[in-house]
Structure formats: C-alpha cells, structure tokens
Design a binder for this molecule. Structure first.
Ligand code: FAD
Ligand code: NAD
Length: 463
C-alpha cells in the first residue's frame, strides 16, 4: 500500500479543477478535489458564466417585450419587471448546475475535501487542519476581481461582477469602469432592465484583444442601444455618500476632470490569479510578474508532480480553456498525451448581438504575412434578416498563399453558436475554400460563414 493518500489532488473545483478531477478518476486514479466554497463549480458556475447568462437571457426577453420588438412581430403584451423572480431563476440555475457537479463527483468517486488548501511541502497540503499527501497536485485555483487602487468595492454601491449580478433594484444610473467582457455583458443586463449605463474605458476602443473592425462595430451597436461610451477615459476616484457614488473621470491622455453621479458603479477592469494563502513557496513554486503560475506544454510547473491549469496560468481567462486544460492535465498525469491547441480557443461576448472570435485578428494575421479577407454582412443573410437581426457581419481571414483559415470573427445574434464551426474548421486546418464548399443548412445564420469564406476569393452569392 502506498503512503500517498491520493494519486491526484486538485486544488479548486472550477471548470478547470472539477473537470481535471473527474477525468483523473475516470482514468482510474484515486482523486480528491479541494474546494473552499460551499458549492462546486468555481467562479464560472457560482458567480460567472452561468448566473450572468441567466440574467442576460431573462433581460433580453424582457427587453424584447418592453421595447416593442415583440409587438412588431404581432405579439402584444403588458410587460412588468419582477426582478425578484428574475434573480430567483438565476439562483435556481446556479443551484441546479453546482449540485450537478456534486452528483458527478459522487458518481466518479472524486472525494471533495472541503476547505482552503495550503501547501506544506512538494507533495503535501493542509486542508481544514488535516494533512494530505498526493503523488500529483494540480493547482486550479482560478482568479478573482482586480481591484482599482483607491476604489473600495462594498458590493452595494460599488460592486464587482458578483454584486452586479445581484442588485436588488434597477439602478437609475450604472457607471461601468472597464469596457471589457464583464462590463459590456452586465452593462447590457441593467440597460435592458431600464438603467442608464455609462461605460468608462481607458483605451480608445472597447474589448481589447478582439479584431479591430469588430471592436469598432461593437461600439457603434452599443451606442445605438443607448449605452454611453466614454473611451480614452480613466477613473481617478469614486466617492460614496448616502448610497450614491460620485465618479471622477478624466481623459486618459490628461486634461480636465469631470464627475458622474451614479446609483451603482461596476468595477470590471480584469481579473487576477488566485494564489494568496496557497503557501506556494513551501512547495518551491513561484509566480510570474502577472501573478500567474508558469507551466510547460503539458501543464507541468517547474516542480515535478505539481501541475497548474485554468485562470491561474497564462492565457485567456475562459471556462472552456480551463476545462480543456483540465482534461489534458489529467491525461498527462495518467501517462497519456493531453493536448490543448491554444491557437484555437474561441472567445464569445454574450451581448445582443453576440460577438465571437477565434484565431488571429486581422491585425495579428497581417503582422505575420499576406492575408486575404472575406466579409459578409448579416443584413444579407436570409435568416438574420427574417428574424429582424440585421446587425453585424462575419469576417474570415485566410493566408494569402495557402488559403488556410487563420481567424474568424463574428458579430451576430447567435455568433457564440456560429463560432464553433469556425473553431472546428481551423482545428482541422481548413482552407476558406473548404468552408465555402461545405453545404450549410438553409436558412441559418451560419450560411453567413460560408458566404464570408466565399468572399475570400471574391465570390459570395448574396452580396
Ligand atoms: P475558477 O472557476 O475561478 O475556480 C477556482 C476555484 O478554486 C474557486 O471555486 C475557488 O473557491 C477555489 N479555490 C481557490 N483557492 C483555493 C484554495 N487555496 N483552496 C481551496 N479552493 C480554492 N468564461 C467563459 O468562458 N464564458 C463566460 O461566459 C464567462 N462568463 C463570466 C462571467 C463573469 C461575471 C466572470 C467573473 C467570469 C466569466 N468567465 C466566463 C470566466 C470563467 O468564469 C473563468 O475563466 C473560469 O471560471 C476559470 O476556471 P478555473 O477552474 O480556472 O477557476
Ligand atoms: P477585460 O480584460 O475583458 O476588460 C477590462 C477592461 O477594463 C479593458 O478594456 C481595460 O482596458 C479596461 N480598464 C483597465 N483599467 C481601467 C481603468 N483604470 N479605467 C478604465 N478602464 C480600465 O476584463 P473583465 O471584463 O473584467 O473580465 C475579466 C475576465 O473574465 C476576462 O479575462 C474574460 O475573459 C473573463 N470573462 C469572460 C466572459 C465571456 O467569455 N463571455 C464573460 C465575463 C468574463
């Protein structure tokens, strides 16, 4: 009998950690997963992807009814917002899914060690006063909110994404600091429910990291929806008094300051890796300048037997990236070959319309060589037009010599669903011609991807 308590201990039960634990157990390894939260599923299921999508979905339906969009389709309804019920269905979604992970742990015989883990050595951790030894330890501790220096998050008036999901009433004016994914998704929720929303973004465009043309088009669409954008602007202070906030902003390049009165302020300027209290030093682990644990291609850290995945390692902070790394690390620990192709990780912003991209942006692709670009507007897609969803476009970027697809970027009502075929095509090394000659069902939004691929050679049909 070995003197190890487990073959694998995973620290953190987010999409990276719980998936790693389940896969390790499926592969016959004695596995435990440490989680300090009351429920499994990490940021994503408890306070991230899932509750935000619950609010995005409900608020979108409310907006369709309240703004008269449904009336235009011949559906007339008296609409009233019942925010308590909307919150209750959000909590229900979270409860169902987090409970589902607990069921999967039991089914796969993953032991949940409840409490906060801290290293006591290279192969030992302490959880709730008990010591555990494992042959392999996977750090999957995720991330949390990046604070804005000088701005205190009280989760009442000045909120992080967690507080912004739970506001008890619709704020008259919501000021969002940071025009990234969280700011735009949660800003959209409260705008649809009746708030005035102002997004203050330090850079000259929203959504850093996305394709330039997509970022410009997104800004146009959000402005049209009535979201006020203050680009190239920085927040220099937030003062809270009597349940209201005064936000001081000034041009990023310097200049006269102005103030914005707000009923709520959302701080959404990014997330940072969770390593506090882990006592990494006792295991001989260090973090890089961004606070991340560096790993190699196999997700191994510099310390043999210790691995790391998800938001705590470099790369996009996305649930599906964490999940894929979870599967790969478990397979590597089991002696198989676990691989994640980090060049093909789709990203989706779940606003209306949705914004999605995979692979290189046009700017990045052009830096590497000559490209051909095909574009197709959703306005010319029969299904989008019929559904009164004319906004946005699809853009396919291909290598000018080989025609291999390098990137696909989409703004469309269902861009998040459409991007999957682009990711799969790229995973298989497809050319734009491969996509153009793949039969797409009619009438679907996805036909716009086929047409954009045809446009790479200048031959779309419906444009
Ligand atoms: P996490 O999900 O952060 O999980 C880590 C877990 O480890 C946590 O439960 C934490 O309690 C636990 N933990 C940490 N330290 C310890 C310790 N020492 N001991 C015990 N337990 C510990 N991504 C998407 O792809 N799509 C989306 O739509 C999306 N929406 C989001 C919306 C919001 C509002 C937010 C905040 C994030 C969203 N994300 C989304 C990002 C996504 O949630 C993360 O990328 C993902 O959860 C990362 O997974 P992870 O397993 O690395 O870490
Ligand atoms: P982000 O990095 O997407 O955006 C932060 C924004 O804040 C950037 O545009 C940045 O320029 C701006 N900013 C930074 N400092 C500022 C300042 N002082 N004043 C004004 N603007 C400032 O970060 P986020 O929106 O907080 O999201 C965090 C992470 O969560 C992201 O990495 C994202 O991948 C993940 N997430 C993903 C989804 C999704 O996949 N749909 C949804 C929510 C969150």
């Amino acid at each position: 009998m070995s003197d190890y308590d487990f073959d694998v201990i995973v620290i953190g039960a987010g999409p990276g950690g719980y998936v790693a634990a389940i896969r390790a157990a499926q592969l016959g390894l004695r596995t435990a997963c440490v989680e300090s939260r009351e429920t499994l599923g990490g940021t994503c299921l408890n306070v991230g992807c899932i509750p935000s999508k619950a609010m995005l979905h409900a608020s979108e339906l409310y907006d369709e009814a309240a703004s008269g969009k449904l009336a235009k389709l011949g559906i007339k309804a008296q609409v009233e917002l019942d925010l308590d019920t909307m919150h209750a269905q959000r909590r229900d979604a979270v409860k169902g899914l987090t409970g589902g992970i607990e069921f999967l742990f039991k089914k796969n015989k993953v032991e949940w060690l409840k409490g906060h883990a801290a290293f006591t050595g290279k192969d030992t951790i302490d959880v709730a006063g008990k010591s555990y030894r494992a042959r392999n330890i996977v750090v999957a501790t995720g991330s949390n909110v990046t604070p804005l220096p000088g701005v205190e998050i009280d989760e009442k008036v000045v909120v992080s994404s967690t507080g912004a999901l739970e506001l008890a009433k619709v704020p008259g004016h919501l000021v969002v600091i940071g025009g990234g994914v969280i700011g735009l998704e949660l800003g959209s929720v409260w705008k649809r429910l009746g708030a005035k929303v102002t997004v203050v973004e330090f850079l000259d465009q929203l959504l850093p990291g996305m394709d330039g043309e997509i970022r410009k088009e997104a800004a146009k669409i959000f402005k049209k929806q009535g979201i006020e954008l203050k680009l190239s602007t920085k927040v220099t202070g937030v003062a809270v008094k009597g349940g209201k906030a005064t936000v001081t902003v000034e041009p990023a390049a310097g200049g006269a300051a102005e103030t914005l009165e707000a009923d709520a302020v959302l701080v959404s300027i990014g997330r940072r890796p969770n390593t506090e209290g882990l006592a990494l030093e006792r295991a001989g682990l260090t973090v890089n300048k961004r606070g991340q644990i560096e790993v190699d291609h196999d997700f191994a850290t510099g310390v043999p037997g210790i691995w790391a995945i998800g938001d705590v390692v470099p790369g996009p902070m996305l649930a599906h990236k964490a999940e894929d790394e979870g599967i790969a690390v478990a397979e590597n620990i089991a002696g198989l070959t676990g691989i994640v192709n980090h060049d093909v990780i789709p990203g989706v912003v779940y606003t209306m319309p949705e914004i999605a991209g995979v692979g290189l942006t046009e700017e990045e692709a052009k830096e590497r060589g000559e490209v051909k670009v095909g574009k197709f507007p959703m306005l010319a897609n029969s299904r989008a037009k019929t559904n009164h969803e004319p906004e946005g476009f699809v853009k396919v970027i291909a290598d000018a010599k080989t025609d291999r697809v390098l990137g696909v970027h989409i703004i469309a009502s269902v861009a998040g669903t459409m991007i999957a075929q682009a990711a799969q095509a790229m995973e298989f090394g497809a050319t734009s011609e491969d996509i153009a000659y793949t039969c797409h069902a009619h009438p679907t939004h996805s036909e716009a991807i086929k047409e954009a691929a045809m446009a790479v050679t200048g031959k779309p049909i419906h444009m």
